[in-house]
Design a protein around this ligand. Structure first.
Ligand code: 25A
Ligand code: L14
Length: 348
């Protein structure tokens, strides 16, 4: 890499976009130029970067001229509309929305699990759903040791998954309730302060939410093994940052908690925090601001053979979104995977 890369962040004013900028800075990403793009509402807004400021520009179809890599986090509709134009300019897109994840032309990548899939990219690489990312980082090393048959996952997801508006909603509802006023309900269908909502993204015809089906489908694509069965219940909880997940994992053969801890101890991107006697286990408040996926409460499911229970927590805005996207960009730069084979491929 010659160190003369230009990077654009699309949705730079959002919760994830701001974290993308700070992650590029903290990890010394080899970019000589970084451009912040968002909607016209934010045009001219200064964003802190490398000790100075960059001014937000309005996202347009021609914003990507001379841009090598674009990190998108501005919602699925924005990605669907603008990512093909980035590719048209020869720019490689790492997209944090759900828009391109199921597209066979687009690798769906968690670097610790399937970095090799980047080699076949055609211009758009999809960043998985935050809940899926932390789950596969923990599951994949176990699956390599003993094949996983089935996973039952229940999530406890932070409001920052919904972006800045989710953070503002919990914040203002808590304030209103402490002031004895009825909380305004704007972002979620019900109050989220002091409540739990078994409802993330939209409901589908099969009775599951789209968030639940993302966990089912994305896991198979990332782990490249359709024999791994997943069923999910995804729940929004009144937590600002970091998602938690209770996993029940059935293996093809026995795997002891001790063996699982040893495997996870050596796994990339994983930290085992599992000492119940000392009250040590992963929690959102301790995972927030960290890069790793934290695993604890590893124990035998006494109701079924070859099955373990575990608890997995990670910062959804970092590993679940911004960090994973920047790690992908780092691999693209390091392995000379920039440029696109067919600039018109995604335009129709
Ligand atoms: O699953 P999805 O759909 O793929 O969603 C993934 C993420 O995308 C966002 C949301 O993040 C979510 O986590 N998103 C999803 N659906 C969306 C929708 N319908 C959606 N965003 C907008 N509309 P988020 O809300 O944290 O960040 C959104 C970012 O996307 C930019 N954006 C939205 N529409 C755009 C667009 N950019 C280009 N073209 C479009 N058509 C959006 O920029 C933001 O960067 P913005 O200019 O609309 O920013 C709005 C104003 O919000 C305030 N603000 C944002 N973050 C912060 C903040 N203020 C203080 N601190 C912050 N951290 C600013 O006032 C800003 O001006
Ligand atoms: O598909 O509201 O990446 O928490 C993940 C977070 C969709 C929204 C995705 C949320 C998003 C979701």
């Amino acid at each position: 890499m010659d160190g003369s890369l230009t990077v654009a962040v699309v949705g730079a004013t959002g919760a994830v976009g701001r974290e993308m900028l700070s992650t590029l800075e903290a990890r010394n990403f080899p970019a000589t130029r970084v451009i912040a793009l968002a909607s016209s509402r934010s045009s001219g807004l200064p964003l802190p970067f490398r000790g100075g400021e960059i001014s937000v520009q309005e996202l347009k179809e021609d914003s990507f001229q001379g841009v090598d890599i674009a990190l998108f986090s501005a919602g699925g509709g924005t990605s669907e509309r603008f990512a093909p134009h980035a590719v048209r300019h020869g720019c490689v897109v790492v997209d944090n929305s759900s828009a391109w994840r199921a597209d066979d032309r687009c690798p769906l990548v968690v670097p610790e699990v399937n970095a090799h899939a980047l080699k076949r990219h055609r211009g758009i690489i999809a960043n998985p759903n935050c809940s899926t990312i932390q789950m596969v980082v923990a599951l994949n090393p176990l699956h390599k040791a003993v094949p996983i048959r089935r996973v039952v996952v229940s999530t406890y997801q932070a409001v920052s998954g919904t972006g800045q508006k989710g953070i503002a909603e919990l914040d203002s509802q808590v304030r209103q309730m402490f002031n004895m006023t009825d909380p305004d309900v704007k972002v979620y269908p019900h109050r989220i302060a002091f409540n739990c909502l078994p409802h993330i993204d939209v409901f589908l015809e099969n009775g599951y939410t789209k968030e639940e089906m993302k966990m089912v489908r994305e896991t198979v694509k990332i782990m490249e093994d359709p024999s791994v069965k997943v069923t999910a219940t995804t729940v929004r909880v009144p937590v600002f940052y970091s998602h938690s997940e209770a996993l029940n994992v059935e293996f093809a053969r026995p795997l002891s908690p001790v063996e699982a801890r040893v495997i996870l101890h050596d796994a990339p991107g994983v930290v085992v925090l599992d000492n119940p006697g000392e009250n040590i286990y992963p929690m959102p408040v301790s995972a927030t601001g960290e890069d790793e996926v934290f695993v604890g409460r590893i124990r035998v499911d006494e109701s079924q053979a070859n099955t373990l229970n575990m608890w997995v927590v990670s910062d959804n805005v970092r590993k679940g979104a911004a960090l994973n996207a920047v790690q992908i960009a780092e691999l693209l730069a390091r392995d000379n995977l920039l440029g696109v084979p067919d600039p018109m491929a995604f335009l129709n």
